[in-house]
Design a protein around this ligand. Structure first.
Ligand SMILES: Nc1nc2c(c(=O)[nH]1)N[C@H]1C(S)=C(S)[C@@H](COP(=O)(O)OP(=O)(O)OC[C@H]3O[C@@H](n4cnc5c(=O)[nH]c(N)nc54)[C@H](O)[C@@H]3O)O[C@H]1N2
Ligand SMILES: Nc1nc2c(c(=O)[nH]1)N[C@H]1C(S)=C(S)[C@@H](COP(=O)(O)OP(=O)(O)OC[C@H]3O[C@@H](n4cnc5c(=O)[nH]c(N)nc54)[C@H](O)[C@@H]3O)O[C@H]1N2
Ligand code: SF4
Ligand SMILES: [Mo]
Length: 747
């Protein structure tokens, strides 16, 4: 790091790799290694390395745009902001506040996500806000809350992984989605631990596995239940742990016992000997972990599926113990923090519930508004998008590109175009921004300061490294200006640290308590793990005692926060008492490891959830005989709005493709690179064939990063999980067809 470089974090995924940024003469930045951040120790993937390319005026938005006679044309900030405020005010007067929709993103900093939630409820008065995180890890969040009483992606730092005896990685392709984290798996194996990967495809990650289970998409629930059945049948349960630390085992056990290994083999396609081998590998070592990602979660039964994997951990005593536990690998840069501070439909800051009277009282006091003025919970992301143009007449979009990323995207695109008014804040002209009435160009990661919370629950400071170009404003400034134009002069500060100070107070006493975290601390430490309550003396008035959930902070273990030495001290709770009791004024050290002493439920015990297998919302039939699953490639990010503007990444991943097994390709008569059509009940997509033995013959895979003809989400099924409202991105029925040369030419 040279004297002018700024230590900060990557704009993209939930790993939030550390990097140093050094300004370049053309106003951009150069990415330099930052070895002191323990998560990536200097390693970066290609997306992080090339992120500065998106700062260039060649690809980014440089001026506000307004729609004139059908086209988007440059306008002044005043003109653009006046138009948005005018439209929102007019539509609210005519149709009521709930005719205004707000859609956020898990890439937004904590400060932005917090302000967006407040903006919707206080400046607009609408209940209709949700965000793209609903499409991401909401099923794991729902299952984690049910079982443990608290949802934090990983309840331990990534550095605990190599110390475990066995890791089951379910539906995560982290070798492509979080490449620097692969190190933790190779270290696991070097230490003698074993890795089981569950994925219908033999991915780059699965190549590292000691055992690869390749179930049919959408059958993880049956798989987990089959493993639990075997655990019981083979007498491998931890009865003392079950008795001491859990409730509900009898019902969960009975439900699992209905899932005979042979039955599970028929449903999943994973053989009984493989199931037995997995159970042996998982149960023999003293410690073991299950980590899930989008594979099992993005299903219409994602919550139950994650619940079944948690049951497996609980039955074997592998949760709330050192180097053991269940964790969810979140996805977006602020996938964790973005779900804690109020841009979710049912949520208030600090992971509080909008329908909890005590939470409403606490937050409304911080906001200086009447609790009764706060609207109730709104619709989930897909339901909100589906209501555009009907109940919802105007939408403010910040941090998502649903034209590419929403399920049943052609329908959602049509809903968006039927709006009376669409405003989009973005750094680039995304496919959704192209449809807007007003587009506002906003600052990016290197040009602004803010905090994010990575997949470990580690709150981090992203620092500004350069001055934004002329004519670009921050999302915080946009909300400040719009609120003022709507008559709310106060309460929308534009300085991120000022927002964070308010967020601290708003989160105080909530499950995700940030009140003991300051910018100053974040500047000095490699992040601070929440919950991190303020020392008792700070701000007692702002904490409503009734809204304080003692389980969330008092009963979780505080181990060392040392990043390099993840040793767990056996006397953690005693140490916490020492830290907090003996020196009431000393800062709380943060909470790298949760649940070691007790779970965050009222009785301190984890709750088994009885679950049973059920089919995907859409199973293959004669007309649609193949399963489609979707996901990611290493060189593109999400809807591709940013990464498709980077030459180096486009060279590595130039476009969509359909991954299919040679047997299926032979049946179609398709050769490598030939265009094939994938048809579902929602629509038809065409992309070149990529033929590989790495996928099941009954399944095809498409990455979802591209718009247009190869858009995977033209096909996907918006069937929702009843609890989390997560759409079923990972399984729908399709038919695959060869595309004739004539058709290909026409297409
Ligand atoms: N390069 C890159 N990295 C990213 C992102 C990106 O867009 N590009 N996005 C970030 C975000 S927001 C997220 S959420 C994470 C996602 O990270 P991951 O969850 O690792 O990504 P996916 O590719 O969506 O899905 C993972 C795997 O699930 C498998 N899968 C499909 N169906 C099933 C199933 O039914 N069961 C099981 N067990 N597995 C199944 C797929 O074959 C795929 O290999 O990545 C983050 N990192
Ligand atoms: N078929 C299929 N579909 C999926 C998935 C899948 O696995 N399969 N995964 C789902 C998942 S897990 C996710 S997370 C979603 C993600 O999909 P999207 O929600 O579309 O996410 P991004 O493409 O990251 O869109 C972020 C947008 O915000 C802009 N942006 C970036 N930073 C900022 C900022 O600070 N402020 C503002 N105002 N704008 C900003 C970017 O330029 C981009 O246009 O896709 C979901 N869709
Ligand atoms: S792994 Fe994620 S955080 Fe790290 S450099 Fe790549 S995109 Fe950025
Ligand atoms: Mo995600």
């Amino acid at each position: 790091m040279n004297s002018t470089s700024t230590p900060t974090h990557c704009p993209y995924c939930a790993l939030q790799c550390g990097m140093n940024l050094s300004p370049t003469p053309d106003g951009g930045v150069e990415v330099l290694e930052r070895a002191d951040f323990p998560v990536n120790r200097g390693a970066l993937c290609g997306k992080g390395r090339t992120a500065p390319a998106v700062l260039s005026s060649r690809v980014r938005l440089t001026s506000p745009l307004v729609r004139e006679g059908g086209a988007l044309v440059p306008a002044t900030w005043d003109e653009a902001l006046d138009r948005i405020a005018g439209a929102l005010g007019r539509i609210r007067a005519e149709h009521g506040a709930d005719a205004l929709g707000v859609f956020g993103g898990g890439g937004l900093t904590n400060e932005k996500a917090y302000t967006l939630g407040k903006f919707a409820r206080v400046a607009l008065g609408t209940s209709q806000i949700d965000y793209n995180g609903r499409f991401c890890m909401s099923s794991a969040a729902a299952a984690g809350t049910k079982a443990f009483g608290l949802d934090r992606g990983l309840p331990f730092p990534l550095e605990d992984i190599p110390r475990s005896g066995c890791v089951i990685l379910v539906g995560s392709n982290l070798a492509e989605t979080m490449p620097p984290s692969l190190r933790f798996l190779t270290e696991l194996k070097e230490n003698g631990g074993t890795l089981i990967v569950v994925d219908p495809r033999r991915t780059k990650t699965a190549e590292h596995a000691d055992l690869h289970l390749a179930p049919r998409p959408g059958t993880d629930l049956a798989l987990a239940l089959g493993l639990l059945h075997l655990v019981v049948a083979e007498g491998r349960t931890d009865e003392a742990y079950i008795a001491e630390r859990t409730t509900g085992w009898e019902d969960a056990r009975a439900a699992a016992m209905a899932h005979w290994p042979e039955y599970v083999e028929r449903i999943t396609g994973v053989s009984v000997p493989q199931l037995r081998e997995a159970v042996r590998m998982f149960c023999e070592p003293e410690t073991a972990m299950v980590l899930t990602a989008r594979g099992p979660e993005q299903q219409s039964k994602g919550t139950d599926t994650v619940g079944a994997w948690i049951n497996l951990c609980l039955a074997t005593g592998r949760a709330g113990r050192p180097y053991s536990g269940y964790g969810c690998l979140t996805g977006q840069g602020n996938g964790q923090g973005g779900r804690e501070h109020g841009q979710k439909a049912d949520q208030l800051p600090g992971y509080r519930k909008l329908d909890d009277p005590a939470a409403r009282r606490h937050v409304s006091e911080v906001w200086g508004v009447d609790p009764d003025s706060l609207p109730g919970p709104g619709r989930s992301a897909y339901e909100l998008l589906d209501a555009l143009g009907t109940d919802i007449r105007a939408l403010l979009l910040m941090g998502s590109n649903p034209v590419v990323s929403a399920p049943r995207a052609a329908h959602i695109e049509e809903r968006i175009t039927s709006l009376d008014f669409l405003a989009v804040c973005d750094v680039v002209l995304s496919e959704t921004a192209e449809l807007a009435d007003v587009v506002l160009p906003v600052t990016q990661w290197a040009e602004e300061t803010g905090t994010t919370t990575n997949l470990e629950g580690r709150v981090l400071l992203r620092r500004q490294a350069i001055t934004p170009p002329e004519g670009i404003r921050s999302d915080l400034e946009v909300m400040h200006e719009l609120a003022a134009r709507l008559g709310v002069e106060k309460g929308f500060p534009t300085d991120p640290e000022e927002v964070f100070e308010e967020l601290r107070r708003a989160s105080a006493g909530g499950p995700a308590d940030y009140s003991g975290i300051t910018y100053r601390r974040l500047a000095e430490e490699s992040g601070v793990f929440w919950p991190c309550p303020a020392p008792q003396s700070v701000d007692p008035q702002s904490v409503d005692p009734q809204s304080v959930d003692p389980q969330s902070v008092d009963r979780v273990m505080v181990a060392d926060s040392g990043d390099a030495s993840p040793a767990v001290t056996p006397d953690g709770p005693a140490r916490e008492a020492e830290v907090r009791g003996a020196h009431p004024g000393t800062p709380h050290p943060g909470t790298p490891r949760l649940f070691l002493d007790r779970f965050a439920t009222p009785d301190g015990r984890a709750r088994f959830v009885p679950v049973a297998h059920r089919a995907a919302a859409e199973e293959p039939d004669d007309e649609y005989p193949v399963l489609l699953t979707t996901g990611r490639v290493v060189a593109q990010y999400q809807s591709g709005a940013q990464t498709r503007r980077v030459d180096e990444l486009n060279a590595a991943a130039p476009g969509p493709f359909v991954e299919l097994h040679p047997r299926l390709a032979a049946r179609l008569g398709a050769a490598e690179g030939d265009p094939v059509a994938v048809v579902s009940r929602r629509g038809r997509a065409v992309a070149p064939a990529r033929i590989t033995h790495a996928i099941r013959p009954d399944t095809v895979f498409m990455p979802f990063h591209w718009p247009g003809e190869g858009r995977a989400n033209t096909l996907t099924n918006p069937a929702l999980d009843p609890t989390s409202r997560m759409p079923e991105f990972k399984a729908c029925a399709v038919r695959v067809e060869a595309v004739t040369p004539a058709e290909a030419a026409r297409d």
